[in-house]
Design a protein around this ligand. Structure first.
Ligand SMILES: C[S@@+](CC[C@H](N)C(=O)[O-])C[C@H]1O[C@@H](n2cnc3c(N)ncnc32)[C@H](O)[C@@H]1O
Length: 302
């Protein structure tokens, strides 16, 4: 493992402590269980995500990559099984970088495990030469950034020109109010989650204390564009819309209020016919279904 930060520098932050506890405790579990408990994913689902992304990126994955906020490193292992040189799996939680990422790479890459290089570091301070990286991938980690512009700019500097940043993250419609965001961040950990992380069941930990943010479309896009990225794709996954739902929606004279319903016709057209309209109210829908709530962004450094 490479270390770019002093363990003490971040370990006092509550969210790092919780995840560090989890990583240490996870040694009792097998690799599939660790991945499932940490990100609610399994190998097949993560593999499908990478295959889908490959359909949309401008050129095939090659050279040197970064995974930012790598967690268990499952995506780094899958990306490394492509024709790339190697990938740095950068993670703020030391025990994940030290214990979990190498374990996951060993399981899925075996004698090619060296293609994944675990790094204890922050995506806001990447200690690699500028313009040295071919592609960057992040899954559900940039919404932990305290300053999206700073985070995107750090990635921008490290990419070679023509390099791609692939983000698969949570993005909300601009219509989401501050109160709604507060409510989401005030949700507390379930007893089961506390137990999984080796914490006392009576503790009260909010999603805010876990380092989460709920960024809206405009916040993502202005950070991305301010840094100079060209947005090749920025679309959201929705559940499959059935004809019957559309029928009731139209009969209700479009009265249903939440973002999903505001977009129902656009989602249907995208999913059924691949007809994509840019959407000023919500977020332009993906044609594909199955990763509900996530947004895929493909960004290029020109
Ligand atoms: C929701 S998890 C996703 C993990 C991983 N992408 C996966 O799919 O398993 C977000 C991860 O981002 C990490 N993270 C948060 N802030 C970070 C930072 N500044 N630098 C690097 N990693 C960070 C967290 O520790 C956490 O492991």
């Amino acid at each position: 493992m490479i270390s770019w930060i002093n363990k003490k520098e971040f370990n006092q932050r509550s969210e790092v402590m919780y995840r560090n506890n989890f990583a240490k405790k996870s040694l009792e579990l097998n690799v599939e269980e660790v991945i499932n408990k940490y990100t609610y994913l399994d190998y097949n689902k993560a593999y499908k995500i990478v295959e889908l992304i490959k359909k949309y990126i401008p050129k095939s994955l090659s050279g040197v990559g970064l995974e930012l906020g790598a967690g268990t490193g499952i995506f780094s292992s899958i990306l490394a099984s492509n024709n790339i040189n190697h990938i740095y799996a950068i993670e703020l939680v030391p025990a994940l970088a030290e214990l979990v990422i190498p374990r996951v790479a060993k399981k899925y890459l075996q004698n090619k495990k060296g293609k994944v290089i675990p790094v204890h570091g922050s995506f806001d301070n990447i200690k690699l030469p500028d313009e040295s990286i071919d592609f960057i991938f992040e899954y559900d980690s940039f919404h932990h950034s305290n300053d999206l512009k700073n985070t995107f700019f750090e990635s921008y500097k490290k990419l070679k020109s023509g390099g791609t940043l692939i983000m698969f993250d949570k993005c909300h419609s601009d219509s989401l109010s501050d109160e709604e965001i507060d409510d989401m961040l005030n949700i507390t950990f379930s007893k089961e989650l506390l137990k999984d992380q080796g914490l006392h069941e009576d503790l009260i930990i909010t999603r805010r204390q876990n380092g989460e943010h709920e960024y809206r479309k405009q916040e993502w896009l202005s950070a991305i564009k301010d840094c100079g990225f060209k947005v090749l794709l920025f679309r959201k996954f929705y559940n499959k819309v059935h004809l019957k739902q559309l029928y009731w929606y139209i009969l209700s004279k479009f009265k249903l209020k939440n973002e999903y319903h505001q977009n129902l016709i656009l989602i249907f057209l995208a999913q059924r016919f691949g007809i994509i309209f840019e959407n000023s109210i919500g977020i332009t829908p993906m044609k594909e279904t199955g990763f509900k709530g996530k947004t895929l962004g493909i960004l290029q450094k020109l």
